[in-house]
Structures are given as C-alpha cells and as structure tokens.
Design a binder for this molecule. Structure first.
Ligand SMILES: [Fe+2]
Ligand SMILES: [Fe+2]
Length: 183
C-alpha cells in the first residue's frame, strides 16, 4: 500500500461523483473488515482462519487509507448496517465450512475488483486525482489477489445452494454500493 494521503491534500473541492464513489469505497472496506471478523468468530478450521487473518490485515490497511481519504462528514450514515451485513456475510458461510467461505470471498472480491476498476477508469488521465486513483489501484490489486486465492481454494463445482448464496452476495454488494453512494 502507498502511504495514505488525506483529504487535506486535495487540490480542489471534491467533485460530487468522486465523493459518492469514495463514500461507497469507505463503506465497502468497513464491510470487508467485518466479513473476515465474522469468519473468524465462527470458523475453527485452521486453514480458513489463517486465510481470514491474512486478508483481514489487508482490509484493515485499506480501511485506514479510506479513512484518510474520506472525511467524517463524507462517510455513509449507515455504517452500523454495513458492519452487520459484512459480519453476516462472513459468519453465515463459515457455519457451512471452508468451501462456502472461499466461494463467498470469491464472489465479493469479483464484485469489488469491478467496482474499483470502474472508478479507476473514470479517473484515468485526471491529473488532480492521480494520487486518489493510485490508492484505488493499490486496493484493487489486493482485491484481485484475494479473489484469485479464494477461487483456487473454492474449487470448480459449487453446489446449487452455494451458487444461489453467492449470487445473493453479488446482488447484495451491488445494492449496498447504490445505497452507500446516497446515504
Ligand atoms: Fe479491501
Ligand atoms: Fe479484499
């Protein structure tokens, strides 16, 4: 990760669209930390725990970057909701074993990769926001590594209930971003 830059370093007032994007990024990283805390609250599988502890450390670093980027006045007012939803998104699959955990993380990180990718594309060539873009690029690289690690561990064949669950996780992530951009 790059050294965190803070909202005080910005050369201009934050455009509305970027403020909304960053609000959703901050909410997402709060949720990500809680996903891994949910997994660790439930799972006793040493492999799953080591996976979750390692990812949790990275997500905490992402959250610190987002906290530096997004002033308190610009953060979502629904943090309590993203915390609960994140925790459940980790804890529920952990009740069903390692494959469910890995498939869930693969689904979440597939979504987050695209979420950051869209923003990175929009900030391409905007000199004033190059530093912000670089933070997003750095987070995205970590999320891709998380996704690929989870995909390798999840295996190819997901059971039907797991396919339905991961679809719900993807749709839930999309919905959360839409709401976090507004509130
Ligand atoms: Fe993250
Ligand atoms: Fe991640």
């Amino acid at each position: 990760m790059e050294a965190p830059i803070s909202s005080h370093d910005w050369p201009n007032p934050l455009p509305d669209e970027l403020a909304r994007d960053l609000r959703s990024d901050h909410a997402g990283e709060v949720g990500a930390v809680m996903i891994y805390r949910g997994i660790l609250a439930v799972s006793r599988d040493p492999e799953v725990r080591s996976f979750a502890e390692h990812h949790l450390e990275t997500e905490r670093a992402h959250l610190r970057s987002m906290e530096a980027l997004v002033p308190e006045s610009g953060r979502t007012r629904l943090l309590w909701l993203w915390r609960i939803m994140g925790w459940l998104t980790g804890a529920l699959p952990a009740l069903f074993g390692s494959s469910a955990v890995y498939a869930t993380i693969q689904a979440v990180e597939t979504f987050v990769d695209r979420h950051y990718g869209d923003q990175i594309e929009r900030l391409q060539g905007v000199a004033a926001w190059a530093q912000v873009r670089q933070i997003l690029v750095s987070c995205q690289e970590d999320e891709i590594a998380h996704r690929d690690e989870a995909a390798a561990l999840a295996g190819q064949q997901l059971s039907l209930p797991l396919q339905i669950w991961t679809r719900c996780v993807s749709l839930g992530s999309q919905g959360a971003v839409v709401i976090a951009k507004k509130v």
